[in-house]
Design a protein around this ligand. Structure first.
Ligand code: GLU
Length: 412
């Protein structure tokens, strides 16, 4: 973080939207505060025989529209402020998508890359033992996020089910063998393709021959690259946490995946130029997709961006100050609560399938995701056009109005 008072655009967006919508400061406070914040210490025995203690969090932000829903993050920088803000973003994301869920988020401050599978399993199971009374299919449903994956969700499912009986709907993003949904793995990246396609259609700018740069080669970055390539977009550069590569003719995703698997990094992939990851943001392109961690675009690099549009694949990748600076420069931002909502929408499908003991074919998942996320994108684009707003403000207007309607209907 390089900004003096670095924070994401969330608090500002809520305040501005409440002002535009004429909502009271009490409503603004309700949307900013969390309903429940849990902090637990999790002791485990490391593989070297020593005791280590990790701190875990779960924040339930809002459940007016349905059970809290959101990921569980394993990363050394996880703290309560971060988790609270990410939880509130989930409330906005589910509301904007129009799915009957609220917002939550969790995290454990740890470095999963320096832990064995056994250690991660112990950590995850212990965390569930600590918080199981607060989570479940009707209260709070976890899912993968940075540093966690389907296997992590499998452990959560197993531990939770050992207490309450078989309960697949208690957690989403599970392995297929445990009731996971087809299409969940690629959903966030695939959704980025759906949103970019709507955006391009709205602006009458063809995607064929457009260019994209992607920061991040994890689940979101990889599948976003795949989805954009399928739409005819040329992905000319991509990075992982340590390296970046460029190829003006379009990167070769199969070669990059193979290199990442065998060497652990994208560096020196045949046919690609290795570049400085910081230089990635300076490449001239139509779409820049930050798909790694928060605060990737800040006042230290915002002035150097050479893209036409930023597509927020990650959560809160643009700080509030950088958001304003980019707008000033005429660079559009497709906000996280729209751009990366594909993941939670397919999580919702997984939850529905589990509750109904159904298995949807992949085609149904993809079609329903395209319908729901496409609608949300069109609503945001139309509202932005009609009200003369940037896309983040338009998205927050729609989401906040829906949460407020639910609060009103409950009598608060
Ligand atoms: N972690 C993802 C997100 O931030 C997915 C959450 C979910 O599927 O519940 O949207």
């Amino acid at each position: 973080m390089t900004d003096s008072h670095a924070k994401s655009a969330y608090g500002q967006s809520v305040a501005d939207a409440c002002r535009r919508l004429g909502y009271s400061s009490t409503i603004e406070a309700l949307l900013t505060l969390a309903a429940l914040e849990i902090k637990v210490e999790i002791p485990i025995i490391r593989d070297n025989g020593e005791l280590a203690i990790f701190t875990g969090y779960r924040v339930q932000h809002q459940n007016a529209r349905g059970p809290c829903k959101g990921g569980l993050r394993y990363h050394p920088q996880v703290d309560i402020d971060d988790v609270r803000e990410l939880a509130s973003l989930m409330t906005m994301k589910t509301a904007l998508a129009g799915i009957p869920l609220g917002g939550g988020k969790g995290g454990i401050a740890c470095n999963p890359h320096e832990m064995s599978q056994r250690e991660l399993e112990m950590l995850t199971r212990k965390f569930v033992k600590r918080i199981h009374r607060e989570i479940g299919p009707n209260s709070d449903i976890m899912a993968p996020d940075v540093g966690t994956n389907a296997q992590t969700m499998g452990w959560i499912h197993s531990e939770y089910s050992s207490i309450y009986g078989h309960s697949p709907a208690a957690v989403t993003g599970k392995p297929l063998a445990l009731g996971g949904s087809l299409g969940r793995d690629k959903a966030t990246g695939f959704g980025i393709g759906i949103v970019v396609a709507e955006y391009a259609r709205h602006r009458n700018s063809p995607l064929e021959g457009a260019t994209a740069v992607i920061q991040g080669f994890g689940n979101v970055g990889f599948h976003a690259a795949q989805a954009l390539t399928a739409l005819g977009v040329k992905v000319v550069a991509i990075s992982d946490s340590r390296s970046a590569v460029r190829r003006d003719a379009g990167v070769d995703l199969a070669a990059l995946s193979a290199q990442k698997r065998s060497r652990g990094s994208l560096k020196d992939t045949d046919g690609h130029d290795s570049i400085d990851p910081e230089a990635l943001f300076e490449i001239d392109c139509d779409y820049l997709v930050p798909a790694a961690l928060g605060d990737a675009i800040h006042m230290g690099n915002a002035a150097r961006l050479a893209c036409r549009t930023v597509v927020e694949g990650a959560n809160a990748p643009v700080t509030a100050e950088a958001d304003a600076a980019l707008r000033e420069r005429g660079i559009a931002i497709i906000p996280d609560i729209l751009a990366n909502a594909g993941g939670v929408i397919v999580s919702y499908f997984e939850w529905v399938q589990n509750l109904q003991r159904q298995i949807w074919p992949l085609e149904q998942v993809d079609d329903e995701l395209t319908r729901i996320l496409g609608n949300a994108a069109r609503e945001v684009l139309d509202h932005a056009g009609e009200a003369g707003l940037d896309l983040r403000s338009a998205a927050f207007d729609i989401a906040i109005r829906r949460v407020k309607d639910a609060l009103d209907a409950t009598g608060i």
